[in-house]
Design a protein around this ligand. Structure first.
Ligand code: ADP
Ligand code: MG
Length: 298
């Protein structure tokens, strides 16, 4: 009767919009001790709003605000990061359209930012790690901490910071309830993010500090390594994420779960389970279904 019980559970999952790549993952899910959440686009909506866009240039002719908006929107129009769409919309609202086709040598650095050449200028956009990569030795003293946990992005020409922007993102509706429910089910909850510590704290404060384990400023491989460490210290681990930057961590966890609607294709491909609706409430639901299924089998 085992295969029938399993087949029923899998079909039940698909009826609630959850795709599972095999019965093994249900058995693993039934036994998880810890669930690690990505922040941006997973606990938060991934729908940013831009609060500041500042040009630091003294030479307005050369790098005035309009010029900066033009570079930002042109480069970001090639990025699939949740921040990118908000930046393009913001620039559009200021009357500046992206010149996507003018961007040469575009590169994406997951967990850091993007770069490209436009009008002969080498532009870098991203966090402090991106600035260091560009060769910048002194990033202006404008950090996420000063901005109440907002995400700060720097705009550089070569190694020189010529401006910055700040954005923030709201916690998903119902996220706190889901975290509480998982904890009531005996599952520890962690948050892993490529964003700053201040941004992670801001989100946890909105969640009434329900998250006990937090790690920030992680590159994709560091997220994956943390999954391995948490598995050693806590036991069977599930990870839920949406981005390209989450793919190594999803693959390293016992059960990798992807946000299927808004997440990147790479996250879905490397995961074992996909939430087609992006609804976090499905997480306690699927753990319950898998626990019940395994009780019936054993
Ligand atoms: P998270 O782990 O919370 O999902 P990411 O790893 O996707 O965050 O991103 C980490 C940081 O990298 C962002 O907070 C941002 O500072 C920077 N970053 C990534 N992609 C971009 C981009 N397209 N433009 C600007 N900054 C970016
Ligand atoms: Mg993310």
């Amino acid at each position: 009767s085992t295969p029938i019980v399993m087949a029923c559970a899998l079909s039940r999952m698909s009826s609630i919009g959850v795709l599972v790549k095999g019965g093994d993952y249900l058995e693993k899910l039934a036994k998880i001790k810890i669930m690690a959440f990505d922040k941006t686009g997973t606990i938060t909506r991934g729908k940013f709003s831009v609060s500041e866009m500042i040009s630091l240039s003294k030479d307005e002719e050369d790098v005035g605000l309009d010029k900066m908006l033009y570079w930002v929107t042109s480069l970001e129009s090639k990025s699939s990061h949740p921040m990118a769409a908000a930046l393009v919309d913001y620039c559009r609202s200021k009357g500046i359209e992206p010149a996507t086709e003018k961007v040469k040598d575009f590169q994406n650095f997951p967990g850091e930012g993007i770069s490209g050449i436009i009008d002969g200028k080498c532009i870098f956009i991203g966090n402090q790690k991106m600035s260091s990569r560009a060769g910048c030795k002194s990033v202006p003293d404008i950090t996420s901490e000063h901005k109440g946990g907002g995400t700060v992005g720097y705009v550089l020409i070569g190694e020189k910071v010529v401006g910055y922007f700040t954005l923030s993102d709201d916690v998903r509706f119902g996220a706190l309830g889901v975290i509480r429910e998982l904890k009531n089910m005996g599952i520890k909850v962690a948050m892993l993010t490529g964003d700053t510590n201040a941004a992670a704290l801001r989100v946890n404060n909105k969640l009434e500090k329900a998250i006990g384990i937090m790690h920030a400023e992680l590159l994709p491989d560091e997220k994956a390594k943390l999954i391995v460490d948490l598995k050693k210290s806590e036991g069977q681990i599930a990870m839920i994420g949406d981005g390209i930057n989450d793919a190594p961590a999803l693959a390293s966890s016992d059960v990798g779960i992807a946000m299927g609607a808004t997440g990147s294709a790479i996250a879905s491909e490397t995961s074992h389970i996909t939430l087609m609706s992006d609804d976090l409430k499905r997480l306690p639901d699927i753990v319950k279904i898998s626990r019940k299924t395994c009780q019936k089998i054993m």
